[in-house]
Design a protein around this ligand. Structure first.
Ligand SMILES: [Zn+2]
Length: 659
């Protein structure tokens, strides 16, 4: 595949010649039939970047084009190529003659099309997650949500699918009542009843996004949805049976938002709403503007996971307002978002909780680098993507954690000392300077030089190439507050010692229970309880054998005693429960089996279900119990999750056969 433009190797559009300034979607979504109907249209307002442009090439994947017209409804000639490379196809439209007259000439192009939003045959997948009624909470109605990041927008509308292009957008979404449609934009007016094919009560919802966004931030969902207001600018959407729990869990979200504003500057999106998706949503969350999509596994009942929302809120500045110009600069989205997320945690919960998060991130980064090798190109902050590489394949913890640590390093050089607040002034300057733009690492460097005019020598001494271009682990790690971490690790060592106590085991367990009580583990922040469980798991993992994680040195009696004092097995906090089960299942603590079965069948977030199914299969291989459980409940899982678990089982039996 030859490169189609000099801007973004992930797009086949002629980005050098044409830019989209506005997008208008009119989609009829038949959720039961899993289709955008063939009267759906995308109208793009295009502007010529240079004189003499005669065609506009748009990205597509799995779209069936019905026709293309100009602003007056006249047919425009076009060529639709379903597949021009691994990343999809193109739609090349012959523009009206006036478009070639001069740079800045504008024209609108309306594309009528239909699609299942799944990306077509054998491709890299699509944006639409179609759920059957059985995959929802009530079981009464089907559901659909989209996930366009990184390059899936092209599977639901023709577009310049590059983060370098940002456009305002409006949309009408027409669905069959009683389904409700929501989008990553502001709702306009009340829904209207409209006529439609096949009878039924079609209802049209209208939206407007006045802030320019890249195509990957266009998002919608439709299903059995109700909402509750949380504050004048925040609302939560969920299925009826979940709405009370969601409204309780996210009641304080405006406090997070206000804290973020104090650090990063004004919130420009007017509304911050949350959409709690059905349990089969395979991901944690997605920062769709005006409407963050989240997994219901955040509903802990005690607001202990609301800090996860801090990450999505932070994207309102980094990623959504100031966007990386192409995917190799993705670290500017995620590194800054983790930075702002931990600043919010610091403000609301203290330096110790923020430090736990930093420690966990560094651990995850070390694990990733050692798993792929220190020379792997994707360990660099700005990975070089070969033509036709799906950016999703290059993404990992690197842009998040290496990115965060680089920014923390810059902060420590430019505003030394423990107080993070002085550097916040730079954040406000940076987000203001580049608002509504797409930028590269050079733009960050320019902003730092301008904001810190006396620090030219300091900035020149920074190892920019080492941080940005070189593969490997962290060049340096700025010290952070590890007080809560050390407390958690010390307690984990006490419990790990019970495994080495031999004949004195019972006495060691009794002592560990007393220490746990005295330390007040039950009242620790969830992140600290997680750090305890994670460290205890690492200290007691039995080495050797086929699957190290499937064996532990902890005795069932010790695990039972730990549960007796900490009640982990009944935790409603999904992160705590997940780490607990990874410790308790290998110890063959029987109550953990029922708990694990209930957990993997009540939600479908891949972060949790994949490792737990693997663990159930390796610890309890008898009778293919895990496999049978999966088969019994697979119709409640998202197709991506079911496919990945299927693959995990296959990999596991292949390893078993070799061993
Ligand atoms: Zn993020």
């Amino acid at each position: 595949m030859t490169r189609r433009n000099a801007v973004d190797s992930s797009s086949y559009a002629n980005l050098d010649e044409v830019v989209t300034t506005h997008l208008s979607l009119a989609l009829r979504i038949d959720v039961a039939a899993r289709r955008l109907c063939d009267d759906s249209t995308a109208t793009l307002t295009l502007s010529a970047r240079v004189p003499g442009v005669t065609t506009a090439t748009l990205d597509t994947r799995g779209l069936d084009i019905v026709g293309v017209t100009d602003a007056d409804g006249r047919e425009l000639a076009y060529t639709a190529s379903a597949v021009v490379g691994k990343l999809g196809g193109t739609l090349t439209v012959t523009m009206p003659p006036a478009f070639a007259a001069a740079a800045g000439a504008a024209a609108t192009v309306t594309v009528r099309y239909t699609t299942d939003g799944l990306g077509g045959e054998g491709g890299a997948g699509g944006a639409c997650g179609w759920l059957t009624a059985a995959q929802t909470a009530s079981g009464a109605h089907p559901f659909v949500f989209t996930q366009c990041e990184a390059i899936h927008a092209r599977s639901i509308f023709p577009c310049q699918d590059s983060p370098s292009v940002k456009a305002t957008y409006d949309a009408t979404l027409t669905v069959r009542a009683p389904l409700v449609a929501v989008a990553s934009a502001l709702a306009v007016g009340d829904p209207e009843a409209v006529a439609g094919p096949g009878g039924g009560d079609w209802v049209r919802y209208t939206f407007d996004q006045p802030v320019p966004v890249p195509a990957y931030l266009v998002a919608f969902a439709a299903g059995e949805l109700v909402s509750r207001d949380l504050s004048p600018r925040c609302r939560v959407w969920a299925q009826p049976s979940v709405i009370e729990a969601a409204a309780h869990e996210f009641a304080e979200v405006d406090t997070l938002l206000a804290t973020a504003e104090r650090i990063a500057g004004p919130y420009v999106w007017q509304r911050y709403d949350l959409l709690t998706l059905p349990g089969s949503f395979p991901y944690g969350g997605m920062e769709n503007p005006c409407l963050t999509f989240v997994t219901p596994t955040l509903l802990a009942g005690d607001r202990s996971l609301v800090s996860v929302v801090a990450h999505e809120i932070a994207h309102s500045w980094s990623g959504n307002l100031v966007t990386s110009a192409s995917w190799p600069y993705f670290w500017l989205n995620e590194g800054w978002t983790v930075f702002l997320e931990r600043r919010i945690l610091h403000e609301l919960h203290g330096a110790g909780v923020a430090g736990l998060s930093t420690y966990g991130g560094r651990q995850a980064l070390r694990d990733y680098v050692s798993s792929v090798g220190v020379d792997h190109a994707y360990t660099a902050l700005e990975p070089v993507l070969a033509p036709d590489t799906d950016p999703d394949d290059a993404f990992s913890v690197v842009p998040y954690e290496r990115g965060y640590n680089f920014l923390l390093h810059l902060r420590s050089l430019l505003t030394p000392g423990d107080d993070p607040a002085p550097f916040d002034a730079f954040l406000r300057y940076y987000f203001g300077r580049y608002a509504r733009q797409s930028i590269t690492s050079d733009d960050l460097r320019a902003a730092l030089s301008d904001f810190f005019p006396d620090a030219a020598g300091t900035l020149a001494a920074v190892d920019w190439a080492g941080w940005l271009k070189a593969p490997g682990g962290l060049p340096t790690a700025v010290p952070v507050d590890e007080s809560l971490l050390h407390q958690a690790h010390a307690l984990a060592r006490t419990w790990a010692a019970t495994a080495e106590a031999g004949g004195e085991g019972a006495a060691a367990v009794t002592a560990a229970v007393a220490t746990t009580d005295a330390e007040g583990l039950a009242t620790w922040p969830a992140a600290q309880r997680c750090a305890f469980l994670q460290h205890l798991g690492a200290l007691t993992a039995a080495s050797g054998g086929g699957d190290a994680a499937a064996a532990t040195l902890l005795s069932p009696a010790a695990v039972a005693a730990l549960d007796g004092v900490a009640h982990f097995n009944n935790s409603k906090n999904s992160e705590v429960l997940h780490l607990w089960l990874r410790l308790a299942l290998p110890a063959r603590y029987e109550p953990a089996v029922a708990s694990a079965k209930a957990f993997v069948t009540s939600q479908g977030r891949m972060k949790f279900v994949r490792p737990l199914y693997r663990l159930l299969a390796s610890v309890y291989p008898a009778g293919g119990m895990a496999r049978a459980l999966f088969e019994e409940h697979r119709d409640r899982l998202h197709s991506i999750a079911a496919k990945m678990i299927e693959k995990d089982f296959a990999d596991q039996s292949a390893v078993g056969a070799v061993a």
